[in-house]
Design a protein around this ligand. Sequence first.
Ligand code: HEC
Length: 127
Amino acid sequence: MIAGCTTSDGGATTGSGDAKETGGDATTGTVGAATTGTSGAPEGTGMAAVDFEKDLKPALTTYCTPCHAGTEPKKGIDVTKLTAADKDKFGKIASEIEGGKMPPKDAKQPSEDEKKKVVDGLKALAG
Ligand code: HEC
């Protein structure tokens, strides 16, 4: 992921002079150059900024909805209703996951990679 970022950036600059100013143009203009990069960082900026909806919510939805969604979510936390604006809850959620308390041991567990990504992402967003 991290290495992929620099590779795909390099590819974009070969496309056109505009690419360095408006990175977004590279995808519409020169498809060939953009696809030579690693698939990890399609937007170039994806690495620095965590996108809650794209990067974190899918994992939370997968592992937490059995108990944290529906009409009576545990502790009133409905992960399907969380948005990037719920920063005040992210620190708590990150520490529950990091400490191995959530998801509970008898529930479906995320891989170490997934766990790290979600915990790091939540912490980054929580500030
Ligand atoms: C098998 C059911 C289950 C799953 C799956 C589950 N939780 Fe929970 N969660 C609970 C229960 C029950 C509580 C309340 C009791 C407790 O604090 O242990 C809780 C409490 C919490 C709390 C509040 C703790 C507190 O002290 O206020 C957070 C935050 C939380 N869960 C986050 C998550 C996240 C994030 C996931 C997914 C990665 C998740 N949970 C998956 C059952 C679950």
